[in-house]
Design a protein around this ligand. Structure first.
Ligand code: C2E
Ligand code: CA
Ligand code: CA
Length: 766
């Protein structure tokens, strides 16, 4: 009997250990599997310790082994609690309680270890079994053993509690899993409890450990509830957003989910699903086509829905036909979402018309699709749109843009593409024959009225590019139309401008100048020409330095062709500094060869004041070349002075203090000529005859000229008149009191050598 008990126990421990090894090798490493591993290992060790304690002959070793077995029993209970927690997902609920459990187990272990000497818990006896073998067993339990039992039962109660809670809360299909572990624990507990009341030699409840161990292992790691797959699949199909209809080998509908039911109007009549399927079979599915799909429309709840139907056959592992299914995908909402997204990406949020990118894209398509039609790009721009925002507020500005968008849309109608390019710029691509300048002007003139404000009139400028090169990008075409607008940007009218050959060549010229400038500077292609200035007595002791570009292909190029462009791009300051340096170095050369009392007038562009420290640069040059500042006359235009009077007047004062002669260039061309005179303290007033030449009434201009000269005189300023073309002009100006003359009547601007040879210190009779 003892032998049988011991053998069965040993084998059961072996089985538990086998499960441990399997878990160790085969299952993935997670919290549950590691809890199972601990439980299995502690269980098998526990049984082996018990078997060894019974089996061993030595009293003392047996006593120690019994102690270790009981300690291991505690460990099994702790592992069981941890397993129950992980298994049920009831993680860490015990938190603080767990510490108490460990302390309790530790105290219990100490008592168990010292029991062989104290015998407070139990005592041992031996008896002789078959084959004369002596076995040990625990003979009588003392009161202190209750401490150990208390721990065991408390642990079991916790585990039962965790399991019962889980069983109650889980859906039916999962209950079994937890219930089985619960049930497996019952024999151990109940037999142990019963045996306590009978003084048996051995703890037979240990025989049932194996059930607990195997059940825990199997139900936590291996077991999948039966039918779970079917149920999960059923529910996922039932709740799918796709409609699905399953057909068996006989062509009978075995399942149609809710969505499919709605599609087939099955709520009205369940036969409708069969009717629909039959129709599909007869209309859409041919013998040959195994799997196929098609698009269809269906009215559901009064709304047309776009659906795609997919037909698929199913085969078993031996490739025998077992049925088929229809998948119904109602993609109306997806389509609408996509549409909305596309709309957002392609339309301007404020006005609802095409945005720039989409305008480009659609225009490109339109032009490419109709190679025989001629098109033009019409761009619009609101004059002073910033001011509209200032006056009417941002919402007023927005309203204006909406009005323009409406007019643009009406003008375009069909066959045209239109859109908003940037803030106040709109564009239409017209077939040329449909574009009518007057209509466009008339329609856009309604903008001002639409704003309902008679104080502030809104002007729309229109630029037209008649498409000749169809292969350039639409953005370049719009740039061309916008470039045309630039030519009318100052106009106070609703005006149309065309991108034409002149504009094109000016753009080309502009790009050419910008592209070649740096290299031309480096190669020294900019030359100084001097236009002699003739004193009233006919003597010449200076002139104005005027730049000439000695272009390798184009020859000598006049500044009129490039100064503006350089001013617009900010390159002018480099050229001017260079011209000043050339002038200073020329003055120095003259000085060195003994020629004194000669001067050169240099031009200072209004832009220079923004682009560099004019004072620093120009005084630096004078110091560098060690020349008298009086020999460098500085021509500053009236416009430059008046653009920032305070700062400019201060600068002029400083330049004069340094010793330069300051000339007010182009006097009379600005807005506030007489006003300027009031504030400015300059040395010379330079009047351009050209401004007066433009008037019809010569007598009047003569009077004005006389007045200006006498005014300058009264202000102690010298007067130079440039643009003097005839003898009469020179005589008249001399009589009027003019001090110096410059003009074609005396000489055109000439090279430095020619100036030296023919003009410097020569006399010309007026
Ligand atoms: P500006 O400073 O008013 O120079 C006078 C211009 O009038 C010169 O043209 C000169 O050739 C021209 N001119 C002289 N006498 C007569 C005449 O009797 N009749 C007519 N119709 N024109 C006459 P240019 O040399 O072509 O220079 C044009 C403009 O270019 C200059 O006007 C000046 O504003 C600018 N410029 C020339 N060189 C420079 C420079 O080095 N720096 C800067 N910033 N501007 C320069
Ligand atoms: Ca000048
Ligand atoms: Ca001038």
């Amino acid at each position: 009997m003892v032998w049988a008990f011991v053998t069965v126990l040993f084998l059961s421990a072996l089985l538990i250990f086998g499960c441990f090894c399997y878990t160790f090798k085969k299952t993935e490493n997670n919290e549950i599997s590691s809890a199972v591993k601990k439980l299995l290992l502690s269980g098998s060790v526990c049984i082996w310790l018990y078997v060894s304690a019974i089996f061993i002959e030595s009293d003392i070793i047996s006593a120690v082994l019994f102690g270790l077995y009981n300690i291991c029993d505690d460990a099994v209970v702790i592992c069981l609690i941890i397993f129950a927690e992980k298994f049920t997902g009831n993680n860490d609920r015990l938190k603080g309680g767990k510490k108490l459990i460990y302390i309790y187990a530790l105290a219990d272990s100490v008592f168990l270890l010292i029991n062989p000497f104290t015998k407070y818990m139990y005592t041992f006896k031996t008896f002789t079994g078959a084959f004369g073998k002596t076995f040990h067993y625990i003979s009588s339990f003392r009161l202190f053993y209750a401490f150990h039992l208390g721990f065991m039962y408390m642990g079991i109660v916790i585990v039962f509690g965790i399991l019962i809670k889980k069983i109650v809360s889980m859906p039916k299909i999962y209950k079994m899993k937890y219930a089985m572990v619960f049930i497996s624990l019952c024999p151990v507990v109940s037999i142990n409890a019963v045996l306590l009341n009978f003084e048996t030699k051995f703890d037979y409840s240990l025989l049932f450990y194996v059930i607990v161990a195997v059940a825990s292992f199997y139900f936590s790691l291996i077991y999948v509830p039966r039918g779970l797959m079917d149920r999960l699949l059923f529910f996922s199909v039932a709740n799918m957003r796709y409609g699905i209809i399953c057909i068996d080998v006989d062509g009978k509908c075995v399942h149609a989910n809710k969505t499919a039911g709605i599609y087939c109007d099955a709520e009205m009549n369940s036969e409708n699903v069969d009717i629909q399927v039959k129709r599909w079979f007869s209309e859409k599915i041919s013998e040959k086509s195994k799997d196929c799909s098609w698009e269809t429309q269906k009215r559901i709840d009064g709304k047309i829905r776009n659906c795609s139907i997919e037909y698929k056959q199913m085969f078993d592992n031996s490739f025998r036909y077992i049925g088929c299914f229809f998948l119904i995908n109602d993609h109306t909402d997806d389509d609408e979402k996509l549409e909305a997204e596309k709309y957002r990406a392609t339309h301007d949020t404020l006005t609802g018309i095409y945005n720039r990118e989409y305008f480009y894209e659609e225009t490109r398509k339109l032009i490419d699709k109709n190679p025989d039609t001629d098109y033009c790009i019409v761009c619009t721009d609101v004059k002073n749109f910033k001011m509209v925002n200032d006056i009417f507020g941002v919402s007023g500005g927005d309203n204006l843009l909406k009005v323009i968008a409406n007019i643009t849309a009406n003008l375009a109608g069909g066959k045209c593409v239109y859109g908003r390019l940037t803030s106040d710029r709109f564009a239409i691509c017209f077939p040329k024959e449909r574009f009518d300048e007057d209509t466009v002007l008339y329609e856009y003139s309604k903008v001002s009225r639409a704003m309902g404000n008679s104080f502030f009139k809104i002007y729309i400028h229109i630029g037209v590019y008649e498409i000749e090169q169809r292969d350039v990008s639409i953005s370049v075409m719009c740039d061309r139309a916008n470039l045309a607008i630039k030519t009318i940007k100052d106009s106070y009218q609703n005006t149309v401008a065309y991108y034409d050959e002149k504009l094109r060549s000016s753009v080309v010229q502009e790009q050419k100048v910008i592209g070649e400038f740096e290299n031309a500077m480096a190669m020294g292609q900019f030359l100084i020409y001097i236009q002699p200035q003739v004193n009233v007595d006919g003597s010449i002791n200076g002139g104005e330095a005027l730049v000439r570009w000695n272009h390798p292909q184009d020859g000598i190029v006049s500044p009129g062709r490039f100064i503006n462009i350089l001013e617009n791009t900010g390159l002018i300051s480099k050229l001017d500094a260079y011209m000043w340096e050339l002038s200073c170095s020329q003055l120095k050369k003259w000085n060195d060869s003994g020629i004194e009392n000669v001067y050169i007038s240099v031009n200072i562009s209004p832009k220079d004041f923004y682009l560099m420290d004019v004072y620093e640069v120009i005084t630096g040059l004078v110091k560098k070349y060690n020349i008298n500042p009086k020999s460098l006359h500085l021509e500053i235009t009236e416009t430059a002075v008046m653009s920032n009077p305070q700062q400019q007047l201060k600068l002029i004062k400083e330049l004069r203090q340094f010793g330069f002669i300051i000339e007010i260039d182009d006097f009379g061309s600005g807005y506030s000529s007489l006003n300027t005179l009031k504030d400015i303290t300059a040395d010379v007033l330079k009047i351009d005859m050209g401004f007066l030449r433009k008037t019809e009434n010569i007598e009047k201009s003569k009077i004005i000229l006389e007045m200006v000269v006498s005014l300058a005189k009264a202000l102690k300023m010298e007067v130079i008149t440039e643009g003097v073309e005839t003898k009469e002009q020179a005589v008249f100006l001399a009589q009027a009191g003019c001090d110096v003359f410059q003009g074609y009547h005396f000489s055109k601007p000439v090279s430095v050598s020619e100036f030296e040879e023919n003009y410097l210190f020569k006399y010309i009779t007026i």
